[in-house]
Design a protein around this ligand. Structure first.
Ligand SMILES: [Mg+2]
Length: 345
């Protein structure tokens, strides 16, 4: 295990809202929300009123009558997200992008060129601010999990470096909801047994946690609570999912729910869904070697509305489509609504 903090987690702040404020300077300093019927993203000014991603639009308006709703500019999000990742790539090739606006980078191999990790993190923040006009927070730590937590603590527009000697002191006072893998449901379950901080979770007897969350989740969270995280940077990781733009659709929620399989944002997801309806598990074995979709992780494919293709694929193993001229690349992928909703950073 590494003994120095060389993992960076860089995360653009309130990304969609920040881009909107960048594109339209009259929106700067004002409470804005991207979306309509549902808040997809909120500026920090809007968050001050208690508005957050996933909130119904009517509720957001109730909390902040002066809230300004804006449509999303997804091509701009993609362009600026890509540009921010390229800044990281200027320092090291070891970059793992995990969403449209955040990535890990391991700078262990480039400190002789650019200085200590903290200096590199500062340089990244400075360049993203000056070249793109966007705020970005960075966490620096020895493990990916801790670096991601550090970047959340650093927000907005900050830098937090976790010294390897003080990792647990830093980690254990923080709310358990900051942990990677603890969503609102798990957080609520833990609260019922008076586990509110990461330190309290770390001290929980394994059996109690196992009964509450199951063995796999219990083992994983306990390890992370003690900062045991051996995951390395995966430079070939793909974007997680497709179909963000459909999240801005203006149809009422009831209408969307009533439609069993609306046209997908990404045609690959629908093709996979239709083929598995017809062929079952055989659908996954028919892609020729080398076909771009044969190697696509199942979570890459989502119809952005129902997730049917995704769920089905997950239950049946690796996915691939027959040899058609689909050419799915990471650059074509977009963030799915589920990534946007609750996108707190
Ligand atoms: Mg972000």
């Amino acid at each position: 295990m590494d003994t120095t903090a060389t993992i960076l987690h860089a995360d653009l702040d309130a990304f969609y809202a920040s881009v909107e404020q960048l594109l339209d300077p009259t929106l700067r300093g004002k409470p804005i929300a991207v979306g309509g019927g549902v808040v997809l993203a909120a500026s920090y000014e809007a968050r001050a009123f208690g508005i957050s991603g996933g909130m119904p639009g009517w509720r957001a308006r109730e909390l902040c009558p002066c809230l300004i709703f804006v449509d999303g500019h997804f091509k701009e999000y993609q362009r600026l997200g890509n540009a921010a990742i390229r800044v990281l790539n200027d320092f090291t090739p070891l970059v793992e992008r995990i969403s449209i606006d955040e990535a890990f980078a391991d700078v262990a191999g480039c400190t002789h060129l650019f200085g200590p990790p903290a200096e590199i993190a500062s340089a990244v923040r400075c360049r993203v601010r000056t070249e793109l006009g966007l705020p970005i927070s960075v966490g620096v730590a020895r493990t990916k999990h801790l670096a991601k937590i550090a970047s959340q603590v650093a927000k907005p527009d900050g830098l937090v470096v976790v010294d390897p000697d003080t990792e647990l002191a830093f980690l254990h006072d923080l709310p358990v909801g900051l942990m990677w893998g603890v969503g609102p449901v798990t957080e609520a379950r833990l609260a019922k047994i008076d586990v509110h901080t990461i330190g309290q979770l770390a001290q929980m007897p394994g059996r109690s946690l196992e009964q509450l969350l199951g063995r796999a989740a219990s083992d994983k969270l306990t390890a992370l609570a003690w900062n045991r995280d051996r995951r390395e940077i995966k430079t070939r990781r793909r974007a997680q999912s497709a179909g963000a733009q459909s999240a801005l659709g203006k149809k009422p929620a009831e209408e969307q729910a009533a439609s069993p399989c609306r046209p997908c944002r990404h045609p690959a997801a629908c093709k996979l869904s239709a083929r598995t309806d017809r062929d079952g598990p055989r659908a996954f074995r028919r892609a020729p070697l080398g076909h771009p979709l044969r190697h696509t992780r199942c979570t890459d494919l989502s119809d952005g509305n129902t997730g049917r293709g995704c769920r089905r694929a997950r239950t049946q193993g690796a996915c691939g489509l027959p040899g058609r001229k689909d050419n799915l690349t990471a650059g074509d992928l977009r963030v799915a609504p589920r990534d946007l909703l609750g996108h707190s950073a």
